[in-house]
Write a protein that binds this ligand. Structure first.
Ligand code: ATP
Ligand code: MG
Length: 371
């Protein structure tokens, strides 16, 4: 199938409150037609609520939702060009695969023959051709999930909303289905808005992702960018970025890590006080103790693990921080207890302001005040 132009989703200053809980606190996003876009964040950050508003099951307290430029405020769920796949996919146990999928057509007046053809087409798409007669209990978890996907796809929506669709599957199946889902999405070219709290899943599948915290979007970007250039320590932490070290910002491109002063060239290089330092493991150089030059920190090898093409070296710095280096296996080998110098090049060191503890965060004023 060819790429389509429909399926743009715009959220403008979207707000949803439940009593005194602000579930969604001013979200703005512009999702392109055909994009695989993920909402990533911890439990309770407002992912499902955001999806439910796009689907029309929940009415925003403020803000707007536009689908292909059309304001959806007055459009009921079944008239919106979207469909949803939920985590608990609730197939009908007494219906076979064909009838479960055809159930998606229940509100359309589709002649039986045509329905049969549509079902066949969409089962082909989710690689379940030949399973028409089976009952859900005769399918694996992953196959059941693909039936649920087929049921949502049969209506040919411009936008598919997926709320933790792989949440109930074991790790291996999950991985396999991640790749399949991505392939299916590319094949049909519709927009996927995908909710997950699994960072690896979001990073593997998405064209772009939004990292959310407490009803807000903290950062939006392609996976590589968000992972390599996290906007703050919260994002870095959540994405499991390695080498996230506590340090003290001195301003003017310098930080203190333990007792060692380092030059820094990336991120918030002027920050002072408590900061976090990020560096990618493959940028960290482990050298003989005593190697000269700037940005060297003494340390001791704690562990060196051979992982095939690379060696992972864990070094405990004199200040107590643990740094991970990834080296190609051909480089020098290190053993536990080796005294070393760790080179943290200034051009690879990123400074992040420490994340404020959520409880102490001031409500953000709608308009920046100058006082
Ligand atoms: N119907 C409701 N009534 C009251 N509070 C609600 C309701 N729905 C959601 N909330 C609250 O709004 C916040 C956001 O909930 P939401 O379900 O959107 O989170 P989520 O990011 O999907 O979390 P999870 O990963 O656990 O599914 C939570 O604090 C939740 O308790
Ligand atoms: Mg949820």
């Amino acid at each position: 199938m060819s790429a389509r132009r429909g399926g743009r989703v715009e959220l403008v200053d979207l707000v949803k409150r439940f009593g005194d809980v602000t579930a969604v606190d001013g979200i703005s996003l512009d999702i392109s037609p055909g994009e695989f876009f993920s909402l990533l964040g911890p439990s309770g950050c407002g992912k499902t609520t955001t999806l439910r508003m796009i689907a029309g099951f929940e009415r925003p307290d403020a803000g707007r939702i536009l689908l292909d430029g059309r304001d959806m405020a007055q459009t009921p769920p079944h008239k919106r060009p979207v469909n949803t796949v939920f985590q608990s996919y609730a197939l009908f146990p007494h219906l076979n695969v064909r009838d479960n999928v055809a159930f998606g057509l229940r509100f359309q007046n589709v002649p039986k023959d045509e329905a049969r053809q549509e079902v066949a087409k969409v089962l082909e798409l989710v690689r379940l051709a030949g399973f028409e007669e089976r009952r859900p209990t005769q399918l694996s978890g992953g196959q059941q999930q693909r039936v649920a996907l087929a049921r949502a796809l049969i209506l040919n929506p411009d936008v598919l909303l997926l709320d933790e669709p792989l949440g109930s599957l074991d790790a291996k199946l999950r991985k396999a289905l991640q790749l399949e889902l991505k392939a299916i999405q590319e094949e049909i070219g519709i927009t996927f808005v995908y909710v997950t709290h699994d960072q690896e899943e979001a990073l593997t599948m998405s064209d772009r992702l939004a990292v959310m915290s407490e009803g807000r979007v903290v950062q939006v970007g392609p996976p590589r960018e968000v992972y390599e250039e996290p906007a703050d320590a919260y994002v870095a932490d959540f994405l499991g970025v390695s080498n996230l070290m506590d340090a003290h910002g001195l301003g003017g491109g310098h930080v203190r890590l333990g007792d060692v002063e380092l030059a820094v060239e990336r991120g918030d290089t002027d920050a002072t006080g408590e900061v976090r330092l990020v560096i990618r493991p493959e940028r960290v150089r482990v050298e003989e103790r005593g190697t000269g030059g700037p940005n060297r920190v003494p340390g001791m090898v704690e562990r060196s693990v051979f992982v095939g093409p690379t060696v992972q070296v864990l070094v405990r710095l004199v200040g107590g921080q643990l740094v991970q280096a990834v080296e190609t296996s051909r480089q020098e080998t290190w053993s536990t207890g080796d005294a070393v110098a760790v080179h943290l090049p200034a051009e690879d060191l990123r400074v992040l302001r420490a994340a404020e503890p959520p409880a102490e965060r001031e409500p953000r004023p709608a308009v920046p005040s100058s006082s």
